[in-house]
Design a protein around this ligand. Sequence first.
Ligand code: DGI
Ligand code: FE
Ligand code: FE
Length: 188
Amino acid sequence: MERETALNLVKPQLTEHRYQHTLGVMETAITLAKRYGADEKKAEIAAIFHDYAKFRPKEEMKAIITEQNFPQDLLDFNAELWHAPVGAYLVEKEAGVTDQEVLNAIRYHTSGRPGMTLLEKIVYLADYIEPGRHFPGVEEVRQMAEEDLDQALIKAVQNTIMFLMRKNQQVYPETFHTYNDLIKIGKE
Ligand code: DGI
Ligand code: FE
Ligand code: FE
């Protein structure tokens, strides 16, 4: 799919702020794909569509999670998690994207998962470090992302878990599983 076609499908789904974030994720994902030898075109399309479902009504997302038999424990955790798997589903259904690698990069962009592919790592990290992000620690992860994708990803997941814990929020188990899987790299 052409970049313009994809952007035109995504734009009406998002606020202006979220659209600008999406453009940042797109540019960052392409840069990371070049740096780490991933498919640039897949990185571009996954990044463009990663937050496609961000503004869907909660009831619609809940119905899709139930009907499509997505992991039902999602419903016990923060609704912010839902737009990732629901996005993968809707991007296939409504935008006609069929590439499973791209759809998985969308599906796992919020929680990650054990055994993440290169493309999944790139979209997760690009979402975290795109130029529009301004939170404590983001600059450190940006620097790390230039040198070592896995170390940057570990830092991003750690920061996310610590951020949630500091706010007394629940942490979705898959986020911990992602962390545990990444942290064992090089320790076996
Ligand atoms: O959609 P974005 O804002 O661009 O970023 P995102 O999809 O990475 O994260 C969306 C939100 O989900 C963010 O506010 C943090 C939250 N989140 C990420 N991991 C977890 C989580 N919330 C809970 N409860 N548990 C998690 O493991
Ligand atoms: Fe998101
Ligand atoms: Fe995002």
